[in-house]
Write a protein that binds this ligand. Structure first.
Ligand code: IVH
Length: 680
């Protein structure tokens, strides 16, 4: 195949075929070929487009695979403001809504009942049938442009079909189905990342990922609920969504026209129970006046339409006896009390345990031994203790006592002033904390040893091969091969896996690769309390090597932007500990980067002795300018004082800062002037 017309023709054929199967799959729930065959077709198209990028179209189905990197999301104004809905939790409020609506309308009113999807609102703009822009709700007036990410979502049509109008805005919710949510969280826990609290947060976090091919893996879905545009066909909401279905959108899975309040209540009751069987989360139902002319008559306030209302499901609540309290030691040493409850059915699952959060939580709620506790399950997946059922309290019930010593290592527990968490201070000898440090060390933003995960770390630790992060670098093929690890499947059943040839080699390769990880990430990886990713970067840039950090005084440390008293103290404490020093030495001997690489070495001393504050929006991300300041010998500071040399100001710099700079007579320079200064 060489003739360009033939190639273009083949690309079109493949695209059409893939689009057809996407339609069967996403719009009709009726796939005609296997996932494998579908992937084969897609791969053919990907290969062809890679060879002939000039023929890639913006609506090519390969766009769903992602690949676009968005460093910073632009914002865009909504064509029509994105309103929100009035909320209610009670049926009386619905009666009031109905009365208000009827007072403004002559004649019968038809309502449409829909599910209230629990995700993130999105506006999709189609021009001449092509999806050109996807914008988040933002503040309702402006939102973030997340087009590349949204294009990866299978149920979002990239091109419309049929007699669509020149411009249409489709609105709906981006949701994460429970299956995708559970898989994502399992994966995050495996690599030591914080799981998402609920599918809504997961959907919203996914939409803001910079790499769209990562978004493609998140299994998001789109649920259409509204359409806007000039002279759109049909006179009511229901028929308009039908029309959109003709143009390529999926019609809502559940949507009913009802005549009066009785129909609305029936719908609510049905879905309050049935929602347990839905594959995605909803948090209520939405009731809309169907007829557009009637909608106009009822009107809208500045914030929300008066012709629609959201009825939110109440969180389900039960009361159940507290049997005992466990005290768990977390990866960072924080002690979490967990209530063991008399098993009870709640919103479709049996609840046996629930967190009591911390000591203050137990005290504030005055939880006593043998109390009956109220447990609730709302939008969150995890059940919450919301109160004590005082009517069932025994007169002589004693307060629940918080442990004084670590239940794992026996060390006396501590609590920092002003913090709720009680913690075990023996971080170097307390098993969960050692494992936590190991997990943090291998995590993606630290050393990124993804061939090791929570399970393997557990095996290495419990079998005595690794006591601290430096021991990872003493592992050999012989030590690892055949090592067994026990894993639990989703039903809680244990299974034993052993390190085979390939996984052993993978682990060793991953560890070897990590020796190239730049110093700033090594500094983050060694787990100094309060030294996060950003602080580690700033420390690395200022001090340039680990010895300089280890020997720095508190004042020198606090001179770094964002390093306050608490962080400086923690760094000093870390390097005062002989075991930490030995471990750092061990890591250095293993060949890890203990100083900044060439790309971070100073390029000039033109800004030596200068304290510069960067404020506002620039042509490049602020961090890039901050890096330039450090590379040219200058210092980044975060607040204006008489010691500030310059304010490097971009657009939208805060008026307060400008006032302060003027008052102290500190010169304000722009990006161009700054670049001239370092390039002279
Ligand atoms: S209609 C002008 N329908 O709930 C009417 N909204 O505050 C626009 N939502 O931001 C909304 N399911 O993100 C509508 N079936 C549904 C919905 C729905 C979820 C969300 C939407 C909106 C919020 C209401």
């Amino acid at each position: 195949m060489s003739d360009s017309a033939t190639i273009q023709e083949r690309i079109k054929q493949l695209s059409d075929e893939i689009n057809r199967h996407n339609y069967y799959y996403y719009m009709l729930d009726d796939p005609k070929i296997s996932d494998y065959d579908f992937d084969q077709l897609l791969q053919q198209l990907i290969d062809l487009e890679r060879q002939y990028p000039e023929y890639v179209t913006p609506d090519s189905p390969t766009q769903r695979v992602g690949g676009t990197i968005t460093k910073q999301f632009e914002s865009a104004a909504h064509v029509y403001p994105m309103l929100s809905l009035g909320n209610t939790y009670s049926e009386e409020d619905l009666t009031e809504f109905d009365t208000r609506v009827r007072a403004m309308i002559n004649g019968p009113v038809e309502y449409v009942c829909e599910l209230k999807y629990d995700g993130v609102a999105i506006s999709l703009i189609y021009e001449n049938g092509l999806l050109v822009r996807a914008v988040t709700r933002g503040d309702g007036v402006r939102g973030d442009v997340v087009t590349a990410n949204v294009k990866t979502i299978g149920s979002v049509p990239l091109r419309l079909t049929g007699d669509y109008p020149a411009m249409i805005e489709a609105r709906g919710e981006i949701i994460m189905p429970f299956d995708s949510f559970n898989a994502l969280n399992a994966e995050r826990e495996e690599i030591g990342e914080q799981p998402f609290a609920n599918p809504r947060n997961a959907a919203s976090g996914s939409l803001k990922l910079q790499n769209s091919s990562e978004v493609a893996k998140r299994g998001l879905g789109f649920k259409l609920y509204y359409a806007l545009g000039e002279n759109l066909p049909e006179q009511n909401h229901y028929d308009r969504l039908r029309k959109l279905h003709e143009w390529g959108f999926r019609f809502p899975d559940v949507m009913e026209k009802v005549d009066g309040l009785a129909g609305v209540y029936n719908f609510i009751h049905k879905w309050d129970t049935e929602r347990k069987n839905l594959p995605y989360p909803i948090d209520g139902i939405v009731i809309k006046v169907n007829d557009f002319a009637q909608q106009q008559q009822v009107g809208a306030t500045a914030k929300s339409p008066r012709w629609a209302i959201a009825y939110k499901f109440k969180a389900e609540r039960v009361s159940t006896p507290l049997l005992s309290v466990d005290f768990q030691v977390g990866r960072t040493g924080i002690i979490t009390p967990v209530a063991n409850l008399q098993p009870v059915n709640l919103a479709g699952t049996v609840v046996k345990r629930a967190t009591l959060n911390n000591r203050d939580f137990i005290c504030d709620m005055d939880i006593r031994e043998g109390d009956h506790l109220f447990v609730e399950k709302g939008g969150e997946i995890i059940p919450k203790i919301v109160g004590v059922d005082l009517g069932q309290r025994l007169s002589d019930a004693m307060p629940v006592r918080f442990v004084t010593h670590c239940p794992v290592c026996g060390a006396e527990l501590m609590q920092n002033e002003g913090e709720a968490g009680v913690f075990c201070p023996d971080e170097l000898h307390c098993a969960p904390q050692i494992k936590g440090k190991l997990e943090h060390f291998i995590s993606r933003k630290a050393m990124n040893i993804d061939s090791l995960g929570e399970g393997k770390i557990d095996a290495l630790y419990t079998q005595g091969l690794v006591q601290n992060v430096a021991d990872l670098y003493d592992l050999t093929y012989d030590k690892l091969f055949g090592l067994e690890k026990v894993v639990q499947d989703e039903n809680g059943k244990s299974r034993v896996f052993s390190f085979k040839e390939k996984s052993t080699q993978n682990v060793l390769n991953g560890i070897e690769q990590s020796k190239k990880v730049p110093f700033e990430r090594v500094l983050y990886a060694i787990g100094i309390r309060f030294v996060g990713e950003v602080t580690a970067k700033k420390l690395a840039r200022r001090f340039r090597n680990i010895d300089a950090i280890a020997n720095a005084t508190k004042e020198e440390l606090m001179d770094v932007e964002d390093v306050g008293d608490r962080v400086a103290e923690s760094i000093i404490q870390y390097f005062n500990n002989i075991e930490n020093l030995q471990m750092v030495m061990h890591l250095r001997e293993a060949g890890l980067q203990m100083e900044v690489g060439e790309e971070q070495q100073p390029v000039s001393q033109r800004l030596a002795g200068m304290n510069i504050i960067v404020s506002g929006v620039f042509s490049v991300p602020r961090d890039e300018l901050k890096q330039l300041i450090e590379q040219n010998g200058g210092k980044n500071v975060s607040s204006i004082s008489k010691n500030t040399t310059y304010v490097l100001a971009g657009e939208k710099m805060g008026p307060e800062k400008r006032k302060k700079a003027d008052a102290l007579g500190i010169p304000i320079i722009g990006e161009d002037e700054f670049r001239e200064m370092i390039n002279q």
